[in-house]
Design a protein around this ligand. Structure first.
Ligand code: PEP
Length: 235
């Protein structure tokens, strides 16, 4: 299974190093075999060797250049980063990234062989508009994306569930994941208010290959508990 932590704009460089070291200790002591990904803030990216793979929360589709506030391939290569999150709902809905821009990023990093965690998910009004409308919206987020890319992981994250404490029912998650698996055979993670109290039930669902965790992953003990759930379920 794939257990991923999106640290967003949290933790300093020093705190992130400590956090990742705590995960490594747990992974080693408990012989964890799952894939663990951590997306720290850009300023906390670093060379890291161990079981935890560090990825960028965002990157511009360029080697370098005049793109104020962005980072490109040169900055990722400095820290041997080969994993990138593309299309997170905060990039789409807070920072206004369009599908066209995301496709450019996707293609650029795909051509470089990066592991891409590509996020999709509907806002509340699309969910409330009914299943057909909602699935149409999610389908539009697959436009221009090579869904058979070998290093692709998809994360289904309903926008209204991110950071709100709200989640779809387990039944809903399973149904949507089953539909989305028809669009791509890539591993499919669920994200949106996953925490210690619901992670196990989510991980047990059919067509859920892992979880992408935001707020609850900020506590290394909580994140390690979720890693352990995945390990126990996989055995
Ligand atoms: C996320 O940011 O990808 C996320 C799922 O956040 P949270 O777990 O806080 O809802």
């Amino acid at each position: 299974m794939i257990i991923a932590a999106n640290l967003k704009t949290n933790l300093t460089r020093k705190q992130t190093r400590l956090y990742v070291n705590e995960l490594e200790t747990y992974i080693k002591q408990n012989n964890i075999k799952q894939d663990i990904l951590v997306f720290p803030a850009t300023s906390s990216l670093d060379i890291h060797s161990g079981k935890v793979v560090l990825g960028a929360q965002n990157a511009y589709p360029t080697q370098n250049g005049a793109f104020t506030g962005e980072i490109g391939l040169d900055q990722l290569e400095e820290f041997l980063i080969k994993t990138v999150l593309i299309g997170h709902s905060e990039r789409r809905h807070v920072l206004g990234e369009s599908q066209d821009e995301l496709v450019k990023k996707f293609n650029y990093y795909k051509d470089l062989g990066f592991k891409i965690i590509y996020c999709v998910g509907e806002p509340l009004e699309k969910r409330e508009a009914g299943k057909e409308e909602m699935m149409k919206y999610i389908a539009s987020q697959y436009e221009g994306i090579d869904t058979s890319y070998e290093n692709l992981i998809i994360a289904y994250e309903p926008v209204w569930a991110i950071g709100t404490g709200l989640t779809p029912t387990l039944e809903d998650i399973e149904l949507i994941h089953t539909d989305l698996k028809e669009k791509s055979h890539a591993p499919l993670l669920y994200g949106g208010s996953v925490k210690v109290t619901n992670a196990k039930e989510v991980l047990e669902l059919k067509n859920v290959d892992g979880i992408l965790v935001g707020s609850a992953a900020l506590y290394s003990e909580h994140f390690c508990t979720m890693i352990q759930f995945a390990q126990d379920i996989s055995q």
